[in-house]
Write a protein that binds this ligand. Sequence first.
Ligand SMILES: NC(=O)c1ccc[n+]([C@@H]2O[C@H](COP(=O)([O-])OP(=O)(O)OC[C@H]3O[C@@H](n4cnc5c(N)ncnc54)[C@H](O)[C@@H]3O)[C@@H](O)[C@H]2O)c1
Length: 328
Amino acid sequence: MTQNDFPILITGGAGYIGSVLVGQLLSNNYRVRVIDNLMHQQDSLKLFCDNENLEIVDGDIRNETLVKQALEGISAVVHLAAIVGDPACEKDRQLATAVNKEASQSLSTLAKEQKIKRFIFASTCSNYGKMETKDGYVDENSELKPVSHYARLKVDFEEFLFSQKSASFSPVILRFATAYGMSPRPRLDLTVNEFTAVLAVGEKLEIYGADFWRPYCHTQDIARVCQLMLEADESMVATQAFNVGDTSENFQKKTLIELILKELPEAADKVLFVAKDEDPRDYRVNFDKIQKTLGYSKTKTISNGICEYIEAIKSGAITDIHAQQYRN
Ligand SMILES: NC(=O)c1ccc[n+]([C@@H]2O[C@H](COP(=O)([O-])OP(=O)(O)OC[C@H]3O[C@@H](n4cnc5c(N)ncnc54)[C@H](O)[C@@H]3O)[C@@H](O)[C@H]2O)c1
């Protein structure tokens, strides 16, 4: 019997990142169980429905009975389910707390009770907040300074997980860069995807905080890191936090626009830079640790992600870029 005989539980497996991860694990012969309440009415797992290695539990991680059942016979958990993003968490702060903190604590406690050792949590580089110095980089040892309810809840759950460390429970925290790129559940409320889509359909695009830095990472590379973490030797990763991305993929918003306009030169007059520093998140992130520990390096760049969304719009795979299904 190999480890792959026992399923991996992916919470939020029907989401933007989750559905890419599910596809990748299935193609690598993993057995996968997903628990997801399909809150965006997404049919992102339809593609894999006939795969006998996939089980789908259509339900809410706040339902403890269901979570207990979902954890039965599982070898590891990748916890992605959440109310995702600052606006979504601000819109319903109570729901965000109930899912991102309380249900997450209950899930990890139940996993620990059931002796499921590896618990991988999707956290965020947003936890670093604003950088102190303009030309520095933050790394895993930098102070966390969340500036939103979303990031605060991620930091709270990180702290809870670290406090749960034991010989039989080894949580791993992954702080994802802002994702871009295609997925069975495309998201058009994320910087690269949104800017590309708006310009690809010929609409006007207002850019705030053009000089602000952020790190980015392709959905497929994020999924690869999750798999690497499932397979990594415990002594290398247990009870540690890792930034997920590549140091060369930190960009200012104005540079993203330059990259998009390379593919869509006809949209140059649609971009308007607005001098209003609205978004307090401004950070450049160092990703050396994941490279050194896991030998990870990126396989995709921002330009790949830009081309994927242009293609999806040109081919008609995405028609209405403002449809709610593409937003959180
Ligand atoms: N996308 C990014 O740029 C990014 C960056 C950093 C961290 N993350 C983290 O990665 C994870 C996945 O993000 P995503 O971009 O795929 O978002 P997403 O919204 O597409 O995925 C979240 C999934 O969780 C499910 N879900 C929400 N509440 C649930 C509940 N109560 N019970 C069961 N399922 C529930 C949703 O239906 C959805 O499928 C999240 O934890 C997010 O915070 C994402």
